[in-house]
Write a protein that binds this ligand. Sequence first.
Ligand SMILES: [Zn+2]
Ligand SMILES: [Zn+2]
Length: 351
Amino acid sequence: MPTIVKYEKGVKLVRKPENLSFVADPTTNSASQGSHATFITHAHTDHSVAFPDAAAKVFSTKIASELYEKLTAKKPKNTHYFNFGKTHKVEDIEIKFIPAGHLLGAAQILFYFPDKTICYTGDISTDEMITVPKATIPDDDIDVLITEATYGTKDLYFDTRERTKISLLKWIAENLQEKRTPAINLGHLGAAQEIIAFLNGMLSVDILCDTRTSRINQTYKDYNVPLNWENFEEIDVSIFEPENTVVLLPRACNKLPAFLDGYKISRGMVTGQAARFAYRKFDQTFPFSMHANSQELVNYVEKIKPKKVYTLYGFDSELAALIRHRLKIPSRPLKLAEKKPTLDDYLNESK
Ligand SMILES: [Zn+2]
Ligand SMILES: [Zn+2]
């Protein structure tokens, strides 16, 4: 009997006829109800709403649940931990987590159903980073690959991460030389730690972060990722050295913290979204992402050689088309998995 793959406020896997049902990265509590188990790939909040849901039986890495707690100040409930690379049994189905890159503790999930082996990537990065390894290629033959497509269009241009990091470094050095303090907005979890690790290795400057980012940094440190920074909400900021300091701010933070009043500031933004949008309030933007870009995603799929691909998040239709054309592997957005295409869909998809 077949295992059905579909999108229903989460990645839903249903085994017939017994109606055994798993959900991965549900976006509502109701998606976990009626599922025998809920899997969470990583701590980012668009994937992890099920952590505090006591009614869901959640499986994740220990690091993901700790980072979730630091990020949201909510307590995970009813969570069971998987280690990377170890096969576990849930409701008689073998399941394995392997590293996804992206951020600490982020997993790809392998489901070994009797009729098919399914791999769900969650969010991945396939580039070696300072703070996380690159995503592991599964050893198994994969029948169905469900891959993220956040930046899955070739219309978005990303320079290499190395070059983007170097241009950030140059911008910081030039500003400090002109006695301006760089204040850089970036994601609390993932990008912030990668950029701190990079700057720690390249420049002897003080790095100041807010409390939430500091808590996340501490978890990275607890897991042996060395990071050096200080919390500007805790230290005596009257002694900060404006010509030797980089301030990191949460990505959505518009207003500068009060201790910077009266200083010359240059504002930077580090986010993959800078490849899509202009951030006019900022002096400089850096399109740096902890997500694989479209070329990296296509290369990744090519290495795995799955029989079928479903794409999810962001540019799902665009990535599915790229995979069909470049790799000749059947591919469609996961949200259309259950639906038979209309003639229009069919013609659009085969363009
Ligand atoms: Zn993520
Ligand atoms: Zn995501």
